[in-house]
Design a protein. Structure first.
Length: 155
């Protein structure tokens, strides 16, 4: 799991997604995209599934720290096997920009996983249900992809 969070909203969302993954029996390796001082705990192409959590910058842009992470894996020749994206945004800046980074990352990586978009800080039963449903759908999609590839699957 690679996380870029400015105010803590995306980090909290990532914690909830990670907990759901762990509860389903998967190992989760956590990496803060802006922590360039330490090496990632696992190379992007060594992970069975990469989960990117990102906030959205001005005008729907991907923040610099996530762009740096993407550039870093590209420079090392790492291509994630499978990748899903979740994030937080604010509709007050315009619906056309809401969670723009999530959609940019999905397009860049050509991911066929569904996105998860949460308005600001995740809270309440509605967000909890959406997070659980998304995480379960991503894990089911992962399992169906790995089963189709006739590979053993690990998270």
């Amino acid at each position: 799991m690679v996380v870029a969070s400015l105010s803590g909203n995306t980090r909290e969302l990532a914690r909830r997604v990670a907990a759901r993954c762990r509860d389903a029996g998967h190992a989760v390796h956590w990496y803060e995209a802006d922590d360039l001082r330490q090496a990632p705990p696992l190379a992007a192409d060594a992970a069975d599934l990469v989960l990117l959590g990102c906030w959205t910058d001005n005008a729907g842009r991907t923040p610099a720290e996530m762009k740096a992470w993407v550039a870093g894996i590209a420079a090392r020749g790492e291509q994630p096997r499978q990748l899903a994206v979740f994030g937080t945004g604010e509709t007050q800046w315009g619906a056309e920009y809401y969670c723009g980074a999530v959609h940019r990352l999905l397009r860049y990586f050509r991911s066929d996983y569904p996105p998860l978009e949460i308005e600001q800080m995740p809270h309440g039963e509605r967000n909890a249900a959406a997070i659980a449903a998304w995480t379960d759908a991503v894990l089911a999609h992962y399992r169906s992809n790995t089963d189709a590839d006739h590979r053993r699957h690990h998270a």
